[in-house]
Design a protein around this ligand. Structure first.
Ligand code: GDP
Length: 833
């Protein structure tokens, strides 16, 4: 690298030695290089034995022949000395350790003796106390016996001697299965105490049982435990009653319970329960669910009483007592606005709200919570549900919450009765709720309210102007015209209904809206239907529960309570419920939790069993079993009005004295989610005549277990319904949909005709299967396939997600956007119960 010019070499400090190497090159040039070498570690062989205090070196250690290389005499001597010193120190330490050990053992012995003495003392005191208590007890019993004998000399009274014999005879063995009394447990505990004493005497060995029962034999007690014991002893010495009286509890036992909940219900320590279960051979953690039989064993072991409750009994804590008529006070009616899209539902709700907010309440800041309350000029309170549309209405009804008292049917005066108007009429009729017709947009030049009225006649809605009993009012949501008359009409209708509720009871209400608010957690708008909801109330709502943390009214103000027909936002839920869920106030959190858990469980079961909920067969089976359900409800959707009406007429002719068919609702067009909602609420199957359910409706139906049946021939349809109605269902030809394909492009191919280039969107396309051509969810052709091609090859099957070419046998009118439904038929034996 460099000639030795005084530069330092790079290298390890200290250890390495450096040296010079001379390099020679051609032409006589030389170069001297500094190299460094590492010193090797020298291993010194250990001297074999050195006598402590031998001073200096031993004979062998000093032997220069055995001396490791490179060590001077002086160094060796130094090392030997150090070694000797270390040895001496070690010996000293050992001696010290031994002495310490001995002292500790003595200390331990002394402490144990102390504890033993203390225990003995305690035991004696305990026994003395107990003897005293027993003596007293005996005296009492004797007195009672004497009294009893005096009162009823015929009855064989137990003599004191008998009683004594009884106490002496109480079982000593441990039988955990047989129910035992608390007295038995007392003796049992004594026996256990004796055993523990024995164990402590035979200390040193740890048996499995000791380990499990935590006996002192195997373990040192913790300081805290000793302290507790001393405290107890001190209290006892001061004459205080330490042993609390055993309270026998009635333990409600559902079909399954967690170990922790069981302990809570018995008011025992979870650890004790776990310990007992271990002894029974069940290794359970506190969150583990055990069945009722095992739980019963535990409850009996702890000396409590078992009260078995079936799962659904948990709901019984909900206050279901009917109100005394004298407690009932008038309440505001609850109104839902329904009608065809764009006929002015939202505008009407806004107009009512604004009119009232401006003229009446101060502030005027309103917030949308799903419902609001207004007061009419005459002072009547009206509650409006602020969620127009039929979905909300039916979903609530389907969940068992009949919230609405009055339906306001909005029909635009410049339009006519439209499909959704008809749907609304059917919804109201199915729910048995009175209607008020609001003929809206009366300000428009094209308004023709008379036409609306006559139109309604066709749907069995006879308004007052047509000498019927349905109130009708001409309004304009835009100008506010007729608004007061509408409110008056509602108030009048409400008066007729004579709506009442009892504000002085645990609240019950229905959820109108619920969402998870980022800042506030789950929030639900609840319409109180009975009772009064207060802050701090514990409630269960659907599958959720909670404790009312805050109540916020429709004006955004915090309130302390909400009475009947008052909508409020409720904060303090543990989860988000669903619209239509019913809220009930209960007494304790445990009850609320239990009910919520039970419901969650039950609904899971129900979902699992869905798919077979509302079939024609079941409807009829139910109709047969339950004499009151003698009507077969049906929802019908058809491709054209003519066939729908023909089918309805044919269906309504079916039936006899026992059963008849009632078409709840019929319409033209695809089966929608709203239809499924109504079907679920009314427990009816949906029949599609040459129409199909759209995708959301299909999903909803399979989720809710609503049966959808498709027909293409009126005769088949009527035949099936007749068969269902008479309970004579023969073997059924069932259609299974195996796939759907969407037509992307249409090619003209000579000799073949039109070939549809499709994408299989669902399931499979099968060459041998039947096919239907759907346009806007309406069947326009049914037949078979002439060809099914994948690329250039004819194939038997094409899977979902793949493209293929299809051509129909004897049918050519295929268009892009059409859907091909692929189905197979199978014969199914019906089993009617
Ligand atoms: P919804 O779909 O039933 O809720 O109907 P909307 O309330 O959204 O109303 C649909 C349209 O009709 C809106 O453009 C409104 O401005 C209009 N509209 C509603 N009520 C009236 C009315 O009384 N008179 C007039 N001229 N227009 C109205």
């Amino acid at each position: 690298m460099s000639d030795s010019d005084g530069k330092k070499t790079l290298g390890l400090m200290g250890g390495p030695r450096s040296g010079q190497v001379k390099q020679s090159f051609s032409h006589g040039r030389t170069k001297s290089v500094v190299v460094e070498t590492k010193r090797k570690r020298v291993v010194v062989p250990k001297p074999v034995a050195t006598k402590p205090g031998g001073g200096g070196s031993s004979a062998r250690g000093g032997d220069p022949s055995k001396r490791p290389a490179g060590i001077t005499d002086a160094e060796l001597e130094r090392r030997m000395k150090a070694l000797a010193a270390a040895r001496a120190r070690e010996a000293e330490e050992t001696a010290q350790r031994e002495a310490d050990e001995k002292a500790r053992a003595e200390e331990r012995e002394r402490r144990r003796a102390e504890i033993d003495a203390k225990e003995r003392e305690e035991r004696e005191r305990e026994e003395a106390l107990k003897a005293k208590a027993e003596e007293e007890e005996r005296r009492k019993r004797e007195e009672a016996a004497i009294k009893a004998r005096a009162n009823a000399p015929v009855a064989p009274a137990a003599t004191p001697a008998d009683l004594e014999a009884q106490t002496a005879d109480s079982p000593r063995g441990k039988s955990s299965v047989a129910p035992r009394k608390v007295d038995d447990r007392e003796t049992d505990r004594n026996a256990k105490n004796a055993k523990t004493r024995e164990d402590s005497r035979r200390s040193g060995k740890l048996t499995l049982n000791q380990a499990l029962t935590g006996g002192e034999g195997g373990r040192q007690r913790s300081m805290a435990q000793m302290k507790r014991k001393q405290d107890r002893a001190r209290q006892k010495a001061m004459g205080q009653q330490v042993e609390r009286e055993k309270i026998v509890r009635n333990v409600n036992l559902p079909e399954a319970i967690t170990v922790q909940e069981l302990a809570v219900r018995m008011a025992e320590r979870v650890a004790d329960v776990v310990k007992f279960l271990m002894k029974e051979g069940v290794m359970a953690t506190q969150n583990q669910v055990i069945d009722a039989d095992l739980a019963e064993l535990v409850i009996e072991e702890f000396g409590h009483k078992v009260v078995r409750v079936s799962d659904s009994d948990v709901e019984q804590v909900i206050d279901q007592v009917a109100d005394d008529p004298k407690d009932l006070k008038p309440r505001a009616p609850i109104i839902t606005v329904m009608g065809h899209v764009d006929h002015g539902k939202t505008s009407l709700l806004d107009a009512i709200r604004k009119a009232k907010v401006v003229s009446g309440e101060a502030g005027g800041i309103t917030q949308h919570i799903g419902a609001y309350q207004v007061t009419t000029e005459a002072g009547t309170n009206l509650t409006f549900l602020d969620t127009p549309g039929h979905a909300a209405f039916t979903s609530m009804r389907a969940r068992g919450a009949q919230v609405t008292d009055i339906v306001v049917l909005v029909v635009a005066a410049d339009d006519a009765v439209m499909p959704q108007t008809i749907e609304a009429i059917h919804h109201a009729k199915a729910a048995n709720v009175p209607m008020i017709v609001a003929i809206n947009k009366i300000d428009r030049p094209a308004a023709n309210p008379t036409k609306v009225r006559t139109d309604l006649l066709n749907h069995e809605v006879v308004v007052e102007k047509m000498s019927g009993d349905v109130l009708d009012v001409e309004v304009s949501a835009l100008t506010g015209q007729g608004m007061d008359s509408l409110l008056e009409a509602i108030a009048l209708q409400a008066e007729l209904l004579d709506l009442k509720a009892n504000p002085d009871r645990a609240a019950m209400g229905a959820v109108i809206e619920a969402q998870l608010d980022v800042g506030r957690g789950p929030v639900a708008t609840v319409l109180v239907q009975n009772g009064t909801l207060k802050r701090g109330d514990i409630f269960v709502v659907g599958e959720q529960w909670g404790k009312v943390r805050a109540l916020i009214n429709d004006k955004g103000e915090r309130v302390n309570e909400a009475g009947p027909s008052v909508p409020v936002e409720v904060l303090g839920l543990n989860g988000t419920p669903e619209a239509g869920d019913v809220l009930n106030v209960v007494d304790t959190e445990a009850q609320a939790r239990e009910i919520a858990e039970y419901r969650a469980h039950a609904s899971k079961d129900k979902r699992a069993a869905a798919g077979a909920a509302t079939t024609l067969e079941q409807m009829m089976a139910k109709a047969k079993a339950d004499q009151e359900v003698a009507e077969l409800h049906i929802l019908l959707k058809a491709d054209v009005q003519g066939s729908a009406e023909a089918i309805v007429q044919a269906l309504e002719k079916i039936g006899n004295d026992e059963v008849r068919v009632r078409v709840l609702h019929y319409g033209v067009g695809a089966i929608t989610e709203s239809d499924i909602g109504l079907a679920e609420a009314s427990g009816a199957p949906v029949i599609g005549f040459n129409v199909r359910a759209n995708a959301p409706a299909r999903n909803a139906a399979s989720q809710k277990g609503v049966e959808i049946r498709y027909y293409s021939v009126i005769y088949d349809l009527v035949d099936d319904v007749t068969a269902a109605a008479s309970g004579l269902l023969s073997a059924e030809v069932r259609e299974n949909f195996i796939g759907y394909a969407e037509i992307r492009e249409v090619f003209k191919v000579s000799n073949v005709g039109n070939v549809a280039g499709c994408l299989v969107t669902e399931g499979v396309a099968r060459r041998s299967a039947g096919v239907r051509l759907l346009r806007d969810n309406t069947v326009i052709h049914e037949g078979t396939l002439k060809t099914l091609k994948r690329f250039k090859d004819e194939v038997p099957e094409v899977q979902s997600g793949q493209e293929c070419g299809m051509a129909f046998e004897k049918y050519d009118d295929v268009r892009p956007g059409d859907v091909i439904e692929i189905f197979e038929r199978e014969e199914v034996e019906r089993n009617l119960s």
